[in-house]
Design a protein around this ligand. Sequence first.
Ligand SMILES: O=C(O)CCC(=O)C(=O)O
Ligand SMILES: [Fe+2]
Length: 219
Amino acid sequence: MSALIQPQSELSSHSLDNLADNLADKGFMVIPDLLPMGIAEALLLEVTEYNSQQFQQAGIGREQQQQQNQFVRTDEIRWLNGQSNAQQAFLATMEQLRLGLNRRLFMGLFDYECHFAHYGPGNFYKKHLDAFKGRTNRILSTVLYLNPGWTSEDGGELLMYEKRSKEAFLKITPLFGQMVVFLSERFPHEVLAAKRDRYSIAGWFRVNTSIGGAIDPAR
Ligand SMILES: O=C(O)CCC(=O)C(=O)O
Ligand SMILES: [Fe+2]
């Protein structure tokens, strides 16, 4: 698998400027190809090799409040921990993104947590916010899509909403290598039911709300 991975690529300052401008102006951006193809291909190979025991049923809420809710979401997830070269390359790219955004927008992004997600046929994630004002440390959401040859027939689009609006303002097809980045508190969003297996890495840049030395909250 490591043979597929190209040497660590530097994100250009142009692409970081562009992302920072879009986040400042609109609060989101869709990036067609943030990562080198080889890294995205290795991540796809890795995620498709996991069996259902190696995924966990996705929940909603955090820690004690964590609960499985089949009405809200039916995907399965697996947290990244840097256990493969592909994961390390991805996490290194996201670290460049974190530092680049902090430098440009003074966002104070402290760390990044992310998981693979697998939506089998019929799986969905109903309209939700990744963060509620004042109650979370998730600031910026990212989703990287790992679906070669995805077409509009396959469903599984991400719908993005403005708050208090019933009509989505953007419909994102989960195309291979594409990443969407958006402000976690600002945009309710949902994943429509997919008609075939849909793979992604969803992640969140967080600020540090630690009290008394403990990082709060734990995952
Ligand atoms: O996969 C997507 O398009 C979005 C996933 C999502 O909203 C989430 O995991 O919070
Ligand atoms: Fe979400």
